[in-house]
Design a protein around this ligand. Structure first.
Ligand code: ZN
Length: 246
């Protein structure tokens, strides 16, 4: 089975359509989306439409929860909060219904999807290092777990016989074999707002037959989305940061 994983789309339709186009050439069997479809970017409803049309297995992100009024935005920085307040009234009733039905953790036979971590999904903590990966692994019941939230890709691997000895692949673009490991925790990075100083859209793809996991990057039309962000009256910094990947 080939699984395509999208994360932190953040209403960036230009990036999303580019990633989907590339992935559609891969004969993907399943699509997963690890949260934050909306927030920051100018086209939230159109991105929700794409996610729904693809039939993505989808979990709830903190921005998705915030636009529904289900998360206290006093923890958000000023720009993130401004984006939440811009996004909420843009959503159609059907968008709100769709987001409202998303769960924090979604488990299938082969994989689990969560926005932050499995040990405290409702807190939206970040997997930034082995410390959080170790804790999340304690709650991972499937061979694969896909996360997002940090907008920085990385892969963590665990062997059954040495569960405290985590192997880390910190690269923002990588292809690895996970044969011999019983657990893979994959932070797929961000489609719509990468923060690893690589402005290209990030996404994940896993072949469970070959046991190969990849983080890939693709160029998209950044100027197009920057133009839309400015036209929408969203904070200027949201346009500027996309070109820098921060
Ligand atoms: Zn995010």
């Amino acid at each position: 089975m080939k699984i395509a994983i999208l994360g932190d789309i953040h209403a960036n339709l230009d990036a999303l359509l580019t990633v989907v186009e590339v992935l559609q050439r891969e004969n993907v069997d399943a699509w997963v989306q690890v949260g934050d479809i909306v927030g920051y970017g100018p086209e939230p409803s159109a991105c929700i439409d794409v996610v729904r049309e693809l039939g993505c297995v989808t979990c709830l992100g903190n921005h998705d929860a915030a636009v529904l009024g289900r998360l206290d935005t006093s923890y958000f920085n000023t720009v993130a909060r401004a984006a939440v307040h811009w996004t909420a009234p843009q959503l159609r009733p059907a968008d709100r219904e769709f987001l409202n039905e998303l769960q924090l953790v979604v488990q299938r036979d082969e994989f689990t999807a969560v926005h932050g971590t499995l040990h405290m999904p409702e807190k939206f903590g970040y997997v930034l290092s082995v410390v959080e990966a170790l804790e999340s692994f304690e709650h991972q019941q499937t061979p694969l777990c896909f996360v997002g939230h940090s907008h920085v890709p990385a892969m963590y691997l665990r062997r059954e016989e040495s569960p405290r000895d985590i192997h880390v692949v910190p690269h923002s673009e990588a292809e690895i074999s996970y044969r011999g490991f019983d657990r893979l925790l994959m932070n797929v990075g961000s489609v719509g707002q990468p923060r690893d100083e690589d402005p290209r859209a990030a996404y994940g793809i896993v072949d469970t037959d070959l046991q190969i996991a990849s983080i890939r990057r693709v160029h998209y039309d950044i100027e197009s989305v920057q133009h839309k962000i400015r036209e929408a009256g969203l904070p200027e910094v949201l346009a500027n940061r996309l070109a820098l990947g921060v």
